[in-house]
Design a protein around this ligand. Structure first.
Ligand code: GDP
Ligand code: MN
Length: 399
């Protein structure tokens, strides 16, 4: 579960991490009311779950009430990386002397948490990592030992802040508080970018990115409300439908049964020059309704130019999947090519259902590999027109 910036900052504040006062607003009037309480200058920030808001114009420092009103109006009208902005955070503005980067993330390669600190930070940590690797401190943290004093000292040294200085102590306390929060909230990511040093030598978290392990949510009943508020409409819908759904950045919607099949399909698409728009696993034994829900969730993303349905039927019946596609077409205007690969249980029956229905834009591929090629071509808009669905399917034995 990914939290919005203001939700993460609430956890930060409760855990003793330094944050500035701020309020969420969904109208310019609310932003002005918040400004009255906070005092100028303020920062108006888009609350969407994506990075790069700053670059997209979704973060504005405002020195007058007119600027607050204009910035709020403009930011609320924005869509950043396909995510419509529904709220802004109005926060006291910091007078930044230096932007630093700090994160603790669960790292697959390290099989545990890794702390990363960079003395320069702000919007371009990836750049910094490439340009000046020495400016980065990267320390795996043993989950049993916890964060060690020497690791905190490494961070202070990289920051160039003496341990006894006011800012040094503040950074020390911040790093420890972040580690405690990481453990106690069962987070898999706590990222503070920028972690700023202000002109008065104060350390403050200007941004927050927090991901909580979904499988640990049962240990945090207090996060239930966060989960509701944090889920965007698509995530919530996918969760209700019982789908494992992860949005990705490409334009080919992927629907399959089983995580392994979906992941290998995504890899095959990439190898063939395409890019998946999502990871969508309908699971085993899915009924038509789940398939229909899945297709609708995939299409609701708005950046999908083709859909690839890859089913290897075991307990999942291909005819049931085909009926799900029919249902989705009946309920929604699909409007993009849908490439279908059906193999395994009741594959022939499934193809027969599709051939009979003759759904517009639906093409049945003879193999998984062919389906991938067709999906990539379809997304580019150069899938050659085909014979009717029934003719495109080579005769195959039902598994
Ligand atoms: P992101 O681009 O989505 O990561 O959004 P951030 O919250 O990190 O903000 C982007 C940039 O806006 C930061 O790197 C800062 O340079 C700037 N910024 C954010 N808050 C403040 C603030 O309080 N004062 C000033 N002067 N700049 C800020
Ligand atoms: Mn940031």
């Amino acid at each position: 579960m990914d939290l919005l910036e203001h939700q993460g900052k609430k956890l930060f504040a409760a855990a003793g991490l330094p944050v500035l006062a701020g309020t969420v607003a969904v109208t310019p009037a609310e932003a002005l009311e918040a400004t009255r309480r906070l005092g100028l200058p303020v920062v108006v920030k888009a609350q969407v779950k994506t990075g790069g808001r700053g670059k997209a114009g979704g973060v504005r420092v405002c020195h007058t009430r007119d600027e607050v009103e204009a910035a709020t109006t403009e930011i609320l009208a924005m869509t950043i990386k396909d995510k419509p902005v529904e709220a802004v955070l109005v926060e006291e503005a910091a007078d930044i002397a230096r932007e630093m980067y700090f994160s603790i993330a669960l790292s697959r390669a390290d099989r545990g948490p890794v702390l990363v600190f960079a003395r320069g930070g702000g919007a371009d940590i990836e750049d910094l990592a490439r340009r000046d690797p020495a400016a980065l401190v990267r320390r795996p943290v043993d989950p049993l030992l916890g964060l060690c004093d020497y690791q905190v000292r490494d961070v202070l040294a990289a920051a160039g802040l003496p341990r006894k200085s006011y800012a040094g102590r503040a950074l020390d306390a911040t790093v420890r508080a972040a580690w405690n929060l990481y453990l106690e909230s069962d987070a898999t990511l706590i990222e503070i970018n920028p972690l700023a040093l202000t002109q008065d030598g104060v350390v403050v978290c200007l941004d927050s990115k927090v991901t909580v392990d979904d499988t640990a949510l049962f240990r945090h009943p207090d996060f239930a409300a966060l989960a509701e508020a944090a889920a965007d409409e698509r995530e919530a819908r996918a969760r209700r439908a019982g789908l494992a759904f992860v949005e990705l950045e490409g334009d080919i919607g992927v629907l399959g049964n089983g995580a392994g099949l979906v992941m290998s399909t995504i890899d095959q698409l990439a190898a063939a020059g395409g890019a998946a728009a999502d990871f969508c696993d309908i699971g085993g034994g899915a009924r038509a309704k789940v398939v229909a829900d899945a297709l609708q969730v995939i299409l609701s993303g708005g950046h999908v130019s083709a859909v690839l349905v890859s089913i290897f039927g075991g307990i999942t019946r291909c005819d049931e999947v085909a009926r799900g596609l029919l249902q989705a077409f009946a309920e929604t205007s699909v409007g993009v090519p849908v490439i279908v690969r059906l193999d395994g249980t009741a594959a022939a029956a499934g193809r027969a259902v599709l051939a009979e229905a003759g759904l517009p834009g639906v093409r049945v591929a003879g193999s998984a590999a062919e389906a991938v090629g067709m999906a990539v071509a379809a997304a580019r808009g150069d899938l050659p027109p085909s014979a009717p669905v029934a003719d495109a399917v080579p005769g195959e034995e039902e598994a």
